[in-house]
Design a protein around this ligand. Structure first.
Ligand code: ATM
Length: 231
């Protein structure tokens, strides 16, 4: 009972309406090339093989009109930084209402590849907003549910850039410039120190299997015993 109440308070601290969230929300964040998408895929498979009911989601979405617009127009640099922040926020509002909240209310485990921490980390590098203000907009204006744990897959910017460039064959004009990635990584590490969400930093210089294993252990431990201390 206490455990449900604590989770309710953590997740709904900014909501007026009580919600009956009985699922779990785990978020994977990190700079591009940090391995979070592959880790998310593998974790989904492993948890499903253990009979957990997992929903794997990602942002920006492929479904909402705003997610589609970002995916179509952002890589070519067609959007202003203000437009991007607005689109990411609208896409997320749609995502919460249509995918995240329903899955949580059905008691599922949601593995989310990027969330509002990405807006804080990335958009604050090109706008006159601190990452803290961007997180606050998401929490207060669109009532984004608070994750149970945010895993930050951490790699140096040089490594992330090299991996991402190898994967796509060319760097994304908007995001993959080294100096920007250095700032994005710095923002994530500052959030870990200064924000009230529950974070786990994962050393993503380690092989993928090890990264996945580490996250998996933390998730299982949390699900089995949410009040326990972090590993
Ligand atoms: P993925 O690499 O996870 O597909 O994300 C695509 C880009 O979206 C990523 N940049 N790169 N490279 C980060 C960016 N992004 C934001 O800038 N703000 C956000 O709120 C989100 C969800 C993603």
């Amino acid at each position: 009972m206490r455990r449900e109440f604590v989770r309710y308070l953590r997740r709904n601290h900014s909501l007026n309406e009580p919600k009956s969230n009985i699922g779990y929300l785990f978020v994977l964040e990190g700079i591009d090339g940090s391995g979070k998408t592959c880790a998310c895929e593998q974790l989904t498979e492993i948890l499903r093989s253990e009979n957990y009911d997992v929903v794997r989601l990602r942002e920006p979405t492929h479904e909402s009109q705003w997610g589609k617009e970002i995916r179509e127009r952002s890589p070519g640099g067609e959007l202003t930084a203000e437009e991007e922040l607005e689109l990411y926020t609208k896409d997320r509002e749609w995502h919460i209402a249509n995918k995240i909240q329903p899955a949580l209310e059905e008691g599922k485990i949601v593995l989310l590849d990027r969330y509002f921490f990405a807006s804080g980390a990335y958009q604050s590098t090109v706008l006159d907003f601190h990452w803290r203000e961007i997180l606050q907009i998401n929490r207060e204006k669109i009532c984004a549910p608070e994750p149970d744990i945010v895993f930050i897959l951490d790699v140096p910017a040089e490594i992330g850039l090299e991996r991402a460039t190898r994967r796509t064959g060319k760097a994304n004009l908007q995001f993959e410039k080294l100096d920007r990635l250095v700032k994005v990584r710095q923002n994530y590490l500052e959030m870990f120190k200064d924000d009230n969400a529950t974070f786990e930093i994962i050393d993503s210089m380690n092989p993928l299997d090890q990264v996945v294993d580490e996250i998996h252990k933390i998730i299982i431990r949390f699900i089995e015993k949410p009040d326990s201390e972090p590993l």
